[in-house]
Write a protein that binds this ligand. Sequence first.
Ligand code: FES
Length: 206
Amino acid sequence: MADTDTGSFKIEEEMNSRRRFLIAATTVAGGIASAAVATPFLLSMMPSERAKAAGAPVEVDISKLEPGILLMVEWRGKVVWILKRTSEMLATLKVLEPELADPDSEREQQPDYAKNETRSIVPEILVVEGLCTHLGCSPVYRSEIAPADLGSDWIGGFFCPCHGSKFDYAGRVYKSVPAPTNLFVPPHVYLSDTRLLIGSESKETA
Ligand code: FES
C-alpha cells in the first residue's frame, strides 16, 4: 500500500483544522470493548486482537453515530469508513452524476447492494473501504463547500492527496482522475437497525 502514511497525515491535518465535538460508542464482535475516540469528524475503532488474527467480521454499533460523522473501522488490515450522510450530502449525489466515471456502479467489483442511487443498503449510511483505488492512499474526508484548494465546484466528498483523485459522498470516482474505479464496498450486512457486520454478508456468522 503506497503512501498510506501521507494520507494519514493529511487526515490528521483535517482533524486538527476542525473543532466539531462528538462522542460515539463502538464495540467489536467477540465482546471485547474497543476504544472510541472523540475527535472532530472522525472516529476510529480497532478490532480485537482475536478478530484481527482471524480476519473475522467486525461488528459495529452505529446507534450513536451522528450525521456528518465518519467512523473508521479496521477490518483485515484495511480501513473501512462508515459515514452517516446528512440530507444535504445525499442531495449532492444526483447533482454530481455528470462528473462521475461510473455513477451507476456498474463495474464488477461492486456488490449488488451498492448498485443503487446511494451505493448503500441503508440510504443514509455509506460503507466503503477508505483506500484510493489508484495506489491505495487514504483519501481525506472534505465536507467543506468550495474550499480554496479544491475549487469553487467542490460540494463535498473525499479527496486523495497523493495524486488528486476525487470521490463523492457515495465513494464514486470523478472522471479524468488517476483512480480507475469507485471506492470498494466491503461485504457487510445489518444485524439490526443499529448493528452492522463488516466482512460478511451473512447474519449467521455473527
Ligand atoms: S493513490 Fe489516490 S490518486 Fe493516486
